[in-house]
Design a protein around this ligand. Sequence first.
Ligand code: TRP
Length: 443
Amino acid sequence: MREQWGSSAGFIVATIGAAVGLGNIWRFAYVTGENGGGAFLLLYLGCVALIGLPLMMAELALGRRAGADAVTAFDTCGRASIWRHAGWIGVIAAALILSYYAVIAGWALRYVFGAATGGLWQAGPAGYAAYFEGFIGHGVEPILWQATMLAAAGLVVSAGIKGGIERLNRWLMPVLAVIVVMLAAFAMTLPGGMRGVAFVLSPDWSVLARPAVYLNALGQAFFSLGVGMAVFITYASYLDRRTSIPRAAVAVAAGDTAFAIVAGLAIFPAVFAFGGDPAAGPRLAFVTLPQVFAHMPAGTIIGLVFFLLLAAAALTSMMSLLEVPVSVLVERTGLPRAGAVVIVTVAVFLAGLPSALSYGVLQHWTLGGLPLLDWVDQATSNITLPLGGLAVAIFVGWRIAPRAALADADLAQGRTGWIWLWLLRIVVPVTILLILLRSLAWW
Ligand code: TRP
């Protein structure tokens, strides 16, 4: 018999663990900072509710209906149908995302050790940029940390759905929730911290005149929820019929969004209180924040806890990305789980080497003017994520008989189901096509 989650609550916690990751802390903070704060947040909330949530429900319904890996889930229309291959988009993209995600997760782990041993704090007030560049530009160091994070994720995933993924998430996610709330409570009491709160919560409407802001909001919603990459198809394939899919999806989307906002309420008050630049880009977490921590009361401890949070949140997302190709391999070749984990982990590690070295020995190898890591990030977020989402929306919206789709999503009764179905049929694909066209123009 195929393995199952131990309980409905265990499934929901694990799925929140997949959704909450670098996207909620590192990426949410810098993208919100670059896009002007509060008004961006409202757009992002709209994208979560109208696009992200319907897609997540579709992935969950599809996965549970199939009770099989993400490729098999699409393979129900006969041998001649192109849908037989649609699942591979998500599987390959999950592996690609994992390849560079592991590198950044490795940076976070490196900073945990830097903060714990004190090495980080010796960088001196102006030295944090140099510290960061010295590390990411080093020939081997980033690879060691990338490998460590991948090995940790592989270890948990090889212990299985219930005994590995569910068990770790069950205790780790509540701890992370407490930590992020405490960090926010502390940051908001800093003198001047309220300006950071205002930055996140009070909208500056002028940013809405910039078209890129809308795309960034949608991209951030996709990435942070983790839709489009077959993660929810895979997780729900181990789910029983007693769990309500709309309720699970709302819990996961709300949990993910709340986590991002609270993380923002930890980061921006600290940044504003100490005169940092909220629009510092991807370096916000690794250069601006250490500078801030160095000035803060108890900052060395807060800094350590912050990077622990970042690394741990990344780990639970890595597990979900890893499980997608692992389940395909296990179910389509009959390999034992541990063997499949080793194969996928090594392949993802090798695929991530160019990213790991992209600020060091490979820094002159750029694609379209971008360092390799940034290129893989852009290519997956702008192209494969929307493509994967589009495939799910069209398959569940148009290919599965509507009554069956509604029943799969536990929405056979009442009118809500039809709202969901029409969002999935029209609003989701049209919006995704718009972003795709726009990112193709960008290429
Ligand atoms: N959602 C995670 C984050 O916020 C990352 C992630 C996990 C993801 N699974 C995904 C992103 C699938 C895209 C697709 O960091």
